[in-house]
Design a binder for this molecule. Sequence first.
Ligand code: PGA
Length: 255
Amino acid sequence: MRKLLIAGNWKMNKGIKETEKFLKELKDEIEEEIFEKIDIAVFPPFTSLYVASILLKNSKIYLGAQNVFYEKEGAYTGEISPKMLKEIGIKYVIVGHSERRKIIGENDEMIAKKLKAAIEEEIVPILCVGETIEEREKNIHKKIVEKQIQEGLKFLKEEDEFIIAYEPVWAIGTGKTATPEIAGEMQGFIRERIKEIFGKEKGEKTRILYGGSINSKNIEELISHPEIDGGLVGGASLKKEEFLSIIKNSIRSLK
Ligand code: PGA
């Protein structure tokens, strides 16, 4: 019922030339029938988005941005609006990644505004949530994630399309992938919270991705779990062969 999504978050990697090479090859090598089974999206850095949008124009690979601001236009030095992203055909935008929460200092209020602003331009936001290792050890991880969900979604309505990515901070870029049981338990918990806020049907419909040290070896087991509807892949999405293997292996979990 929920279509899988494999999303490659390139972070601050790949300029224009590398983006062109990667996407040309990816487009050539990806088999057409794959798109019937799963959605695929790439998230290049801002300076590579325009060239990526031209390359992906007639492709079924979706294009996403890694961040967005919540105002439409104006005196906001250094920011990019949802309207600007819309103009180049952006489908998804990552909001509230833990690197932005921690390094840039984004808070739940800003994140909530960003989600709403993206939706107003018909861009689907991917809200990232997840606990640190200290929070898990103190057994407050569910409380933390519940707050991120409640605050992040507070301006949205039932009919608004959004995606959640559960990304435990201790699993990002560390090689310490959450087990399918740990991720699945948290994602089931997140789904219950969405049901509480927007109703049962919305909770059942909403895609919840897992993110944190995904690779071609662990993807199949992870998304075999019924609560895991795809992956937000960082490091492993930068190598074309590895990204293609992740896509192929995730389809195997569909049986
Ligand atoms: P990683 O990053 O796959 O390199 O752990 C995931 C993410 O931050 O989205």
